[in-house]
Design a protein around this ligand. Structure first.
Ligand code: ARG
Length: 465
C-alpha cells in the first residue's frame, strides 16, 4: 500500500495537507477494498443511468465502463496499487479511473456522493453474503434431514436439565436442530428484503439536482426499489444490524449443536464418533482426540455477539444523516459474514459424516428411568388420577435406585406391590420402543411421526431450490 500521495479528491478548500497519522487513522481502504467488485458494479450502473438520462455522453459512459472493467481485472491480478492517502475503496478506484481515462473518469461522480455510494456497496456486498450463507445453510440442513431420515428409529435418552428425561429418537433430536436452523434461514430471507433496497441517488444526503432515473439504476443492480428517503438512505445501517442479529441467533444455534457434539463425543456419553479429519490430537497426551471443530464453533459465537453489540452501539444516537461513525460498520460486518460462513461450512461437512453409536445411545436410555412417565401414563389409563400415579411410580423408582435396576428389569410381582392395577402388558409400555411409539402426536418422537417430519423437511428444502 503506497501512502505518498496526498488526497486530491477533496483538496480544493484545504490550505494544508492531511496529517499523516490522521490520514492513516481515518482511512478505510485496508478493509473496505474487499467491496471493490460491488463498488465497480455500482459505478457502472450509475454511469449507464447518467448516460440514459443524458447527463453523460455515450462515449464517456463507454470509456468509464471499459476503464472500470480494466481496473477490476487489475485488482484481481493483484496489480492494483492501493493507496492509504486515497482513504477508501471508492476514491482509490475513482482516482485510478481518472488516471486511465482522464476527463470522462472525472464525470463519473456526477449526481453521486460517497455517502450513497458506500451505502450501496455494503448492501450489494451483504446481498451476496446472504446468498452465500444461505447456500451453506441449505447444505447443512440437507445433511441434517438425511441423517434424521436414517435415524428415525434410533433410540437415545432425551434430557431436561441434562438429566435423562424420556426416550426420544435420534432422528427427532436432529430434526429439532433442523427446525432451529430453518428459522435462521427464514430470518435471512426476510433480512435480505430490507437489504435489497438502493441508496444511489440520495447523493450526500438531500438527493441531487440532476434528473436521475433511480428506478433504472435499481433495475440494473437488481435492487427491488430505490430507498424512499435520501436522509435515511445514506445514514441508517439497520439492515447490517439485522443481518448481524440473524447471524448471532444462527451462531447461538450452532453453539448449542456444538455443545451436544462435544458432550456426545466424550467417553462419558460416547453417543457419536466424529471422523478423525474433524478432530485434532494433543501434543502431550497420546490418547487424545479432541472435537476441535465443534469447540471452535461454540467459541466463535462470542465474536458475532460482540459485533452485534458493536453495530448497535455504533448506530445509537447518530443524528441524521451520514456520519463518519458509519465507517466502523464494515469490520464487524465482514467478520460476521466470514465467521458464519466458516462455521456453516465446517458443520455442513462434518454433520453428515458423524457416526452414531446406536448401542450406546440405547444403553444410556435404559439408565435414569426414562420410561417412568410411561408407567404413570399406564396407571392413568387404568383409572388412577395422574398425581397419584406419579406418587406410585416415584416409589417404584426409589426401589430401582436402591437395587440398581430399571423399571423394566423388575418382576411383575414387584411392580404389583406398588399398584395392583399393574398387569402383564406393562412390559410393553416400559420398553424403549413402546415409550417412543406412544408419543404419536404431531411433533412427537414416535418413529412414524419423525419419518413424516423428515419427509416434510426434505420437501421444504427441495422447494427452496
Ligand atoms: N469510507 C467511508 C465509509 O465507509 C465512505 C463514505 C465517506 N463519506 C464522507 N463524506 N466522508 O463510510
Amino acid at each position: 500500500m503506497s501512502d505518498t500521495q496526498t488526497n486530491q479528491t477533496w483538496g480544493g478548500r484545504f490550505t494544508e495537507s492531511t496529517d499523516a497519522f490522521v490520514a492513516a487513522f481515518t482511512a478505510s481502504v485496508e478493509f473496505d477494498r474487499r467491496m471493490y467488485r460491488q463498488d465497480i458494479e455500482g459505478s457502472m450502473a450509475h454511469a449507464r443511468m447518467l448516460a440514459r438520462v443524458g447527463v453523460l455522453s455515450r462515449e464517456d459512459c463507454e470509456a468509464i465502463v471499459r476503464g472500470l472493467e480494466e481496473i477490476r481485472a487489475e485488482i484481481e491480478r493483484g496489480e492494483f496499487e492501493w493507496s492509504l492517502a486515497l482513504e477508501d475503496v471508492h476514491m482509490n478506484i475513482e482516482a485510478r479511473l481518472i488516471e486511465r481515462i482522464g476527463d470522462a473518469g472525472k464525470r463519473l461522480h456526477t449526481g453521486r456522493s460517497r455517502n450513497d455510494q458506500v451505502a450501496t456497496d455494503i448492501r450489494l456486498y451483504l446481498r451476496d453474503a446472504i446468498d452465500a450463507i444461505q447456500t451453506e445453510l441449505r447444505r447443512l440442513l440437507g445433511g441434517l434431514a438425511e441423517l434424521a431420515t436414517r435415524e428415525t428409529d434410533t433410540i437415545m435418552p432425551g434430557f431436561t436439565h441434562l438429566q435423562v428425561a424420556q426416550p426420544v429418537t435420534f432422528g427427532h433430536h436432529l430434526l429439532a436442530w433442523f427446525e432451529m436452523l430453518k428459522r435462521d434461514y427464514e430470518r435471512l430471507v426476510d433480512c435480505r428484503k430490507r437489504v435489497n433496497v438502493m441508496p444511489l441517488g440520495a447523493a450526500a444526503l438531500a438527493g441531487t439536482s440532476y434528473p436521475l432515473d433511480r428506478h433504472y439504476t435499481a433495475q440494473l443492480l437488481d435492487f427491488a426499489a430505490p430507498c424512499a428517503n435520501s436522509l435515511d438512505a445514506v445514514s441508517d445501517r439497520d439492515f447490517a444490524i439485522e443481518l448481524t442479529a440473524a447471524a448471532a441467533i444462527l451462531m447461538t444455534h450452532l453453539s448449542r449443536m456444538a455443545e451436544e457434539l462435544v458432550l456426545w463425543s466424550s467417553a462419558q456419553f460416547d453417543f457419536i464418533d466424529l471422523p478423525d479429519r474433524f478432530c485434532t490430537g494433543s501434543s502431550i497426551m497420546p490418547q487424545k482426540k479432541n472435537p476441535d471443530v465443534p469447540e471452535l464453533v461454540r467459541g466463535k459465537v462470542g465474536r458475532v455477539n460482540g459485533h452485534l453489540i458493536a453495530l448497535l452501539t455504533l448506530m445509537k444516537s447518530q443524528p441524521l444523516a451520514y456520519n463518519k461513525d458509519n465507517q466502523e460498520d464494515k469490520e464487524p460486518l465482514f467478520d460476521t459474514v466470514d465467521t458464519v460462513l466458516g462455521c456453516l461450512r465446517a458443520f455442513a461437512d462434518m454433520v453428515p459424516a458423524l457416526r452414531p453409536k446406536r448401542d450406546n445411545m440405547r444403553r444410556a436410555a435404559r439408565q435414569g428411568f426414562a420410561t417412568a412417565t410411561d408407567l404413570a401414563d399406564y396407571l392413568v389409563r387404568k383409572g388412577v388420577p395422574f398425581r397419584d400415579a406419579h406418587e406410585v411410580v416415584g416409589k417404584a423408582v426409589r426401589l430401582g435406585v436402591e437395587t440398581n435396576r430399571d423399571l423394566a428389569d423388575m418382576t411383575l410381582a414387584e411392580l404389583q406391590r406398588f399398584s395392583p392395577l399393574v398387569e402383564d402388558d406393562v412390559f410393553a409400555v416400559l420398553s424403549l420402543e413402546g415409550s417412543v411409539a406412544a408419543r404419536d402426536v404431531l411433533g412427537g418422537t414416535a418413529p412414524n411421526r419423525v419419518r413424516e417430519a423428515a419427509a416434510q423437511a426434505r420437501t421444504w428444502l427441495a422447494e427452496l431450490a
